[in-house]
Design a protein around this ligand. Structure first.
Ligand SMILES: [Zn+2]
Ligand SMILES: [Zn+2]
Length: 234
């Protein structure tokens, strides 16, 4: 009873506690005020892609929460998120040119093909473990090109036996070079890049069919290359 009265009669209002700070939704959800660059998206909640290339040029695109990609806690377009992930893998500090798809393409291919390449290396029976190396820039030799590479090694206690690499040059970022050792065993343009270049619109089935053919072509070239190296060494 006493308590009840005291509470009702108390005019010295406690100051309202400040509202708890709105939880930061994080880079995935944090809204911006720019038009989203995704085809057909009408959102104006875009946040600009955070990428700056080695010449200090910024990526001009912005992305709504549904269409943005996040890498290292920041908002990027898909291509530049791939670049930042590749760099996080140890590629050093030379940031690739804004327009190039080379590092993100090589990273994407590595994710798609890495397991199969590992199996092909193990299937030679010449070693007992496969290691993969993070994306790195390799010297383009005479051409003075920046070439992005992912590679896999088949190892034996004596050292490495075979090395397979996928390379994409910044200046020729529509072609994937496949190497077994130093030898180039294939140079292919991924079908989705070819289709885009020709302005072709592929059905989902046709896209999947061409992607499967492309993967098979890469793996077949590696298989052949490994067999040739084994023959030469025999
Ligand atoms: Zn969007
Ligand atoms: Zn970007």
């Amino acid at each position: 009873m006493t308590l009840w009265r005291r509470v009702l009669g108390d005019d010295r209002r406690q100051p309202e506690p400040p509202p708890p700070p709105a939880a930061d939704p994080g880079p995935e959800e944090r809204p911006g005020d720019l038009p989203c660059a995704a085809t057909g998206c009408a959102e104006t909640t875009g946040v600009g892609c955070a990428y700056l290339d080695r010449r200090g040029r910024a990526c001009p695109t912005a992305w709504c929460p549904a269409h943005r990609d996040i890498a290292a806690g920041r908002v990027y377009c898909r291509r530049h998120a791939g670049v930042v992930r590749a760099l996080a893998g140890g590629a050093g500090t030379r940031l690739p040119d804004l327009e190039t798809r080379a590092p993100s393409l090589v990273e994407w291919l590595a994710r798609d093909l890495g397991d199969d390449l590992g199996h092909l290396l193990m299937a030679t029976g010449a070693g007992d473990a496969v290691t993969s190396e993070a994306a790195q820039l390799v010297d383009g030799g005479r051409a003075k090109e920046q070439i992005w590479e992912r590679s896999w090694r088949l190892c034996r206690h004596t050292g490495f036996v075979h090395r397979v690499a996928l390379q994409v040059a910044e200046g020729h970022d529509t072609a994937v070079v496949v190497r077994v050792g130093r030898r180039e065993v294939a140079r292919l343009t991924p079908p989705w890049i070819e289709a885009r270049g020709r302005g072709e619109h592929l059905s989902a089935e046709e896209d999947a069919r061409r992607r499967a053919l492309f993967r098979e072509a890469v793996l077949a070239a590696v298989r052949r290359g490994l067999a040739e190296v084994a023959l030469e060494r025999a």
